[in-house]
Every structure is written in C-alpha cells, then in structure tokens.
Design a protein around this ligand. Structure first.
Ligand SMILES: [Fe+2]
Ligand SMILES: [Fe+2]
Length: 151
C-alpha cells in the first residue's frame, strides 16, 4: 500500500477511537480504560513507523527549511502526546470529570497533528517522493507495524 494511504488509514482509526473516548461519560466504568489502552497502542505503533521509516524518507527528500520545520514540529507533537498528555490521562481517575477534560485535549492535539500531516507534510511528500518509493515505504511500514503489534 502507498505510504500516505496507510498513514491516513491509521489516522482515521485513531480519530474514530478518540471520538468514542470523548463521548463516554464518568459512568463508563471499564470502557474508558479499554478505549484508552487501544488508543495508546495505535498511537504508539503509528508514531514508531512514522519516526523510523516515513519521517527520515521525508526529511531526506525535503528541499527547503519549511519541510524541515514540519518534520521537527511533528516530532515535538509526538513527544508531547507520548510523554505528557498520554501518561497524565492514564493516571487520571476515569470516573471523574477531569478525565473528560484531558481526553478532549488529547483528541484536539492528535487531530491537529494528523490534519497538519495530511494537509502539509503528506501533500509535500507526494511531490518530493516518487510513487514507487512511496509504495516501498508503505510496504516497509506495514511489515514493521505487524511486528510491533505482535510484540
Ligand atoms: Fe505523526
Ligand atoms: Fe501520523
């Protein structure tokens, strides 16, 4: 599969899970931790394949500072989600309203990040990277994804 289609598919899956999460209430009991665990796994695997395979190819193909900036900004957003927002949310009582607020912030951050990738980085990548290389990258990411999901 084309790398950009694969990444977009991941984004849509996480968007859907995040929507389900913010639609839960304090009475959701086990549903919130279950959804959160799914989201964490999806995000982690997605972030890994982007950082290991897609981003390096993008930065190698980049021809200007604007694209390099996109890359650094994206990595910072990954770090903010993985190291701050996600750990905080995991330590928040799923039975409280604080959880709702934090879940909403996670959703907004991830949605902002995914839109920026789709509308800017992926659009630039389409011009900078050949179709056959995008296919190749997609295959590499699919294989790596399987590996990570099995571990
Ligand atoms: Fe990303
Ligand atoms: Fe992404």
């Amino acid at each position: 599969m084309n790398a950009l289609d694969l990444l977009k598919q991941d984004h849509d899956k996480v968007r859907d899970l995040l929507t389900q999460l913010v639609n839960t209430t304090e009475q959701a009991g086990k549903k919130r931790p279950e959804l959160l665990a799914k989201i964490e796994k999806e995000l982690h695997v997605h972030t890994q394949i982007e950082e290991e395979i897609f981003y390096p190819a993008f930065v190698k193909a980049a021809k200007n500072k604007q694209d390099e900036k996109l890359y650094h900004e994206a990595r910072e957003e990954h770090r903010a989600v993985e190291n701050m927002v996600m750990p905080d949310l995991k330590n928040t009582d799923p039975g409280g309203v604080e959880f709702s607020g934090r879940a909403k912030v996670l959703k907004e951050l991830v949605e902002h990040h995914a839109s920026e990738e789709e509308e800017e980085m992926f659009e630039h990548a389409r011009k900078l990277i050949s179709k056959s290389e995008l296919e190749q990258l997609g295959e590499e990411m699919e294989a790596r994804k399987k590996q990570l999901l099995a571990s």
